[in-house]
Design a protein around this ligand. Structure first.
Ligand code: CMC
Length: 431
């Protein structure tokens, strides 16, 4: 039987109270819920906080991204995601996330120059790709290649030096499009193209993905802008699984490239970044509007492991603001390309039906960013297994910014505790 304890025994402070009775202090941010500082819980009271899944745990203070899941609000450094998606670029957003403010014209020019300086991959890194099977998943290749970069840039990074840290973050952001593109061109058996510095970040990503060595790649500005929007929307999302993984790895002082490789591994799962790929697979499986009720029934059936991919979110209990922007982009790109994707029709109808269904309403399950992003990526020609790799390119800006923020703190290694439920002491049998 569970035993219960009155919270007041442990937490009797309100904001502004001084702890007089063993109560714990409240930590207040600038927006969002306050936290109870339980760092002294164990030393004062001999108990641990138990929160598997971290549903009620703030693992750190952060000034980068704010999410209000009830209101469907997402801000990067205070700027609404919708405004950034409309007016900004991935490179400007990367600067904003890293440095806290939008760049001036001079800062922007310097940042662009640095991206252009560091966007090439060492030729020995390129030869690294040849060790993979041709059909390797791009995320598997990216985990390995980004991790391998720590072998190229270890001795040149002193993580106590702010300049070295910034350079490492820019190197990561700059190299990511080529790393992702090369995992695709290797699979295609095509020679990898180099970045072209007169092109911007997203246009470059497109030409490195789809350009042929035999002809000039003409960048379609509508597609380049759509890529930029996708990258902006996926750039950061506070302490999600992959970002927390990066921070945890970084807390030991590990090499930044190794930390980002850990983030890529975490992102890959279908409950996280892998959902965009899973959504398109699901929509194909549903096949037509007539089959939607059957899919909804399966998603509600607890004996069936099927879930509506692209629906639900740990934090958003309202519309994910990114899903609206992505849906509009998907429609725009399909119209621009003169394509009529039946998957979009299925997705829109599925959303309509699910949003009226009691099961989804009660549980506050709304479409998330991944519900439409796969349709958009597919329309632009990205193969299914590259969807999460595109997400990784975008999220590198957020991971790098969190890595930088963590280096400014001095709280030591992250080391969660556990509630041990194994065997009590027993002795090795005497022979
Ligand atoms: N389809 C059907 N039922 C669902 C779904 C879904 N997509 N999502 C949640 N539920 C149900 C769940 O079964 C549970 O029901 P009950 O209360 O009866 O047990 C209830 O809703 C609460 O779900 P939960 O599993 O406690 O929610 P969570 O916060 O642990 O999980 C989630 C969030 C995103 C992992 C989950 O909603 C999910 O698996 N969604 C599908 C995968 C997906 O789209 N992931 C992308 C997330 S956004 C991008 C990113 O963060 O990387």
């Amino acid at each position: 039987m569970d035993t219960y304890i009155a919270m007041t025994k442990y937490v009797s402070a309100t904001i502004g109270d001084q702890p007089t009775d063993g109560s714990l202090p409240i930590v207040q941010g600038t927006m969002g819920p306050a936290g109870v500082d339980i760092q002294a819980l164990y030393s004062r009271h001999g108990v641990l906080a138990f929160d598997p899944g971290f549903r009620s745990t703030a693992s750190c203070k952060s000034a980068i991204t704010f999410v209000d899941g009830d209101e469907g609000v997402l801000l990067y450094r205070g700027y609404p995601i919708e405004e950034l998606a409309e007016h900004s670029t991935l490179v400007e957003v990367a600067y904003l996330l890293m440095h806290g403010d939008l760049p001036t014209a001079v800062q922007r020019a310097e940042f662009d120059r640095a991206i252009g300086q560091y966007n090439l991959l060492h030729e020995q890194v390129m030869s690294f790709y040849n060790g993979f099977r041709r059909d390797a998943h791009p995320m598997a290749v990216m985990v390995a290649v980004v991790g391998a970069l720590s072998a190229f840039y270890h001795d040149v990074i002193d993580i106590r030096n702010p300049q070295d840290r910034t350079r490492a973050a820019i190197r990561l952001i700059a190299k990511m499009p080529m790393i992702a593109a090369a995992s695709y061109t290797y699979f295609m058996g095509r020679q990898q193209r180099y970045p072209i510095n007169k092109l911007d970040y997203s246009a470059n990503f497109l030409q490195m993905m789809f350009g042929l060595p035999t002809s000039e790649y003409v960048v379609d500005p509508v597609l380049a802008r759509a890529v930029d929007v996708i990258l902006i929307l996926h750039a950061d999302h506070e302490q999600n699984a992959s970002t927390s993984t990066v921070r945890l790895a970084a807390s030991s002082g590990a090499n930044p490239f190794a930390c980002i490789a850990a983030g890529i591994a975490s992102l890959w799962g279908p409950a996280h970044g892998g959902a965009n790929e899973a959504v398109v697979r699901m929509l194909h499986e549903i096949g037509s509007v007539e089959n939607i009720p059957k899919a909804i029934a399966r998603a509600k059936d607890k004996s069936d492991s099927f879930r509506l991919m692209g629906f639900g979110h740990r934090i958003y209990k309202n519309f994910d603001p990114r899903s609206r922007v992505i849906q509009a982009q998907a429609k725009k790109v399909l119209a621009h390309l003169g394509k009529d994707d039946p998957l979009l029709e299925i997705a829109i109808r599925l959303e309509e039906i699910a949003l009226k269904d009691e099961y989804f309403v009660e549980r506050k399950l709304y479409p998330n960013v991944d519900f439409y992003s796969g349709i958009l990526l597919q329309a632009m020609g990205f193969p299914l297994n590259m969807f999460t790799a595109v997400f990784a390119v975008a999220r590198t800006t957020g991971w790098a910014s969190h890595w930088l923020e963590l280096q400014e703190e001095a709280h030591g290694i992250d080391r969660p505790r556990q509630i041990y439920v194994g065997q009590t002491l027993r002795h090795y049998p005497k022979k």
